[in-house]
Design a protein around this ligand. Sequence first.
Ligand SMILES: [Zn+2]
Length: 349
Amino acid sequence: WQGKFYEQTAGTSMGSPLSPVLADIFMEEFESSSLLTADLRPSLWLRYVDDTFVVWPHGPDTLQDFLQYLNKQHTSISFTMEQEQHGTIPFLDVKISRNPDGTLGHSVYRKPTHTDRYLHQRSFHHPSIKSSVNRTLVQRAFEVCDQDNLKRELQHIQTSLQRNGYKPNRIKISKPDQRVPYTQGPPTVSPSVTLPYIGPASHHLQRILRQAGVKVYHSSGNKLQGSLHTHKDKQDSSSKPGVYRIPCECGKVYIGETGRNLPTRLKEHRAHGRRGDFDKSAIVKHSHINDHKVDWDAAELIAPIQFWHPRRIREAIEIRKHNTVPQDIGFHLNDIWLPLLQTDGSPIP
Ligand SMILES: [Zn+2]
């Protein structure tokens, strides 16, 4: 961050797949020893990762003592506490409320700042993604709400979806179908392909491919966020492996790839020139034979690509797209892809 590196000295890395497992093991040990030795114990202690739901039957004064006691058990474990307000308390995404008869009611909890903004009906996405917004909201309602709260929650879903552009008669608030139970047997493997979603043409392609027994998944196209800059420090792209371009004064270019970085690779090309090793560098050879001047300063990385195989494919694509000096065509591209490679120099999306 801003040129400084910070070292994490305690705990597990955030986002690591191992972290929740280790946290669980640690917390289980912590709970069993702490709760055993406490003077007064909660009548219910339920935990999800680092969120704990507790029923305390001994009154508010002793509850503060219990919190202090827990926080003394381990130097790096510190609990904060939230108590019920007007007989309700949120836990995870469930709002739990105390009923007059002593039972607990439950419904969907939304933060006070929640705006009920969902994927808009006119948003450029495959219809199946939009219908899944409706489906998951309804499914959560049936999973989380008790009978008394369910009707109100479904009504809420209906109005929020309408405010997000969904037509009233297209909104489904009936009980979702039960999932088909998993049946034993060899899993059927069918070929599948993932394509960017581009509207009506995607549905057309999907139908054709389905008839051929190919399953189609859709990825979303470029989002605004992808074009915006992140707050993270960027590595200078010239220090990355990738596909590069060296222009000659005649307008032709040389396309190459490197697993190290561009400055290193350029030095090698120029060294071949100085030593007269013209067969080792196509751009040096071209400049020598035709007495052209290579514009070394305008050499640039076209695409930073870390791994060898995709880099070789990209190199071959760029060779096809550019007006190159005589050079090896690189990786063999199947002719089936050629119609996709525009040769007017526009970048590959
Ligand atoms: Zn030239």
